[in-house]
Design a protein around this ligand. Structure first.
Ligand SMILES: Cc1ncc(C[n+]2csc(CCOP(=O)(O)OP(=O)(O)O)c2C)c(N)n1
Ligand SMILES: [Mg+2]
Length: 373
């Protein structure tokens, strides 16, 4: 089966390889990964889940400012990011801690960012990862611009994978980014993590379209809906979309919109209480689709994983997260001047005035008084 055939389907034909019991569905082909790569996928998902639990706990203990949890979304993040080549770029929103980790951003950077340290955004030179974007959908036109620049420079072999949520699809930036990508045929994969909620706004209130995938039709390129809690379907689809972005066949448009249908098990952020807008029964329904046990069952049934492996992976994961927390917490706190200095390459006159005012307050009252929690 040619890889692009995954993309050649109706937008409401939800693609899946593993069912909820970890069984391969009839007629589906399992991606061509080595045994080590399959286990790596599982290991990264377990790492992401444990990291998430620890991060929420750090926030509750007052050791981190705020944090957007990702539990339930590990399959979508790890499966898609594993399809990237080193030269490809990843453009995240604010929830992609697992995807960015897979593409080279260390966990301690993510911790630093949510601890309020701007150096969390110091992406290592060799990781093609953009900084986290909090203004909803603002990263979408950036991703199109990056891909267009790459095309203008005649770079071949670079794909640009951009993540955003279901809520982002109501923003003008989403439309502008995808419309431009279609017209200029840029090497983009637009990956919508449709986790059913935009804080307290449900998916049905976000758009009257039956699917988000079908929006791609209006931009003139492929749009596919996939089971975002099936890491194998996510991997296979993203790989096919990246391949098409880089080497389109005759008459094919490079961009693709992927709608990965999934659920966030936790709160929108640690500042949110989902119990006021959704029923526990709904959460339970989606918990049955959890991507981690689903992949684990598949790996065990195909002889790629056993009890001993799981135990070793869990121990290693705990150690790795503990080390990342230790590294982040032993990093000196940034000077508050950086709030002003890091907005633009050079400070604008308004920021300079604000900084001067801030320095005056520090002088008058002292840091203890001003920076107290
Ligand atoms: C331009 C803009 N408007 C509003 C907000 C406040 N806000 C933060 S997250 C969010 C919901 C986004 O939902 P979605 O795109 O589905 O992503 P998810 O958080 O579910 O991953 C909103 C409205 C913002 N950050 N930026
Ligand atoms: Mg959402």
């Amino acid at each position: 089966m040619p890889v692009t055939s995954i993309l050649d389907r109706e937008p409401d034909d939800r693609f899946r390889i593993l069912d909820e019991d970890g069984e391969v569905v009839d007629g589906a082909s399992v991606p061509d990964l080595s045994d080590e790569e399959f286990v790596e996928m599982y290991r990264m998902m377990k790492l992401a889940r444990h990291f998430d639990q620890r991060a929420v706990s750090l926030q509750r203990q007052g050791r981190m400012g705020t944090y957007p949890p990702l539990s339930g979304q590990e399959g979508a993040q790890v499966g898609s990011a594993m399809a990237l080549d080193d030269d490809d770029w990843l453009i995240p929103s604010y929830r992609e801690h697992a995807a960015t980790l897979v593409h080279g951003l260390p966990l301690e950077q993510t911790l630093l960012l949510w601890m309020g340290n701007e150096h969390g955004n110091d992406v290592p030179e060799d990781a093609n990862v953009f900084t986290a974007a909090v203004p909803i959908a603002s990263q979408v036109p950036h991703a199109t611009g990056l891909a267009w620049a790459s095309k203008l420079k005649d770079e071949t072999g670079k794909g640009f994978l951009c993540y955003f949520g279901d809520g982002a699809t109501s923003e003008g930036d989403f439309h502008e980014g995808l419309n431009f990508a279609g017209v200029f045929d840029t090497p983009n994969v637009f990956f919508c993590n449709n986790n059913q909620w935009a804080i307290s706004v449900p998916r049905e209130r976000q758009t009257a379209s039956e699917t988000i995938a079908q929006k791609a039709t209006a931009y003139g390129f492929d749009g596919v809906q996939i089971d975002g809690m099936d890491p194998l379907a996510v991997y296979a689809t993203t790989e096919a979309a990246l391949e098409k972005a880089k080497n389109p066949g005759e008459g094919e448009r490079r961009p693709t919109l992927v709608e990965a249908v999934q659920y966030r098990f936790g709160a929108h952020t640690t500042a949110d209480d989902p119990s006021v807008y959704r029923e526990e029964a709904e959460v339970e329904k989606w918990r049955a689709k959890d991507p981690i046990p689903r992949l684990e069952k598949f790996l065990r049934a195909t002889g790629r994983l056993d009890d001993g492996d799981v135990e070793r992976i869990e121990e290693a994961v705990e150690e790795r997260v503990a080390d990342a927390i230790e590294a982040a917490e032993s990093t000196p706190r940034p000077d508050p001047r950086e709030m002003f200095e890091n907005v633009y390459e050079e400070m604008t006159p308004r920021l300079e005035r604000q900084l001067a005012e801030f320095e005056e307050l520090r002088e008058t009252y002292g840091d203890e008084e001003i920076l107290e929690d």
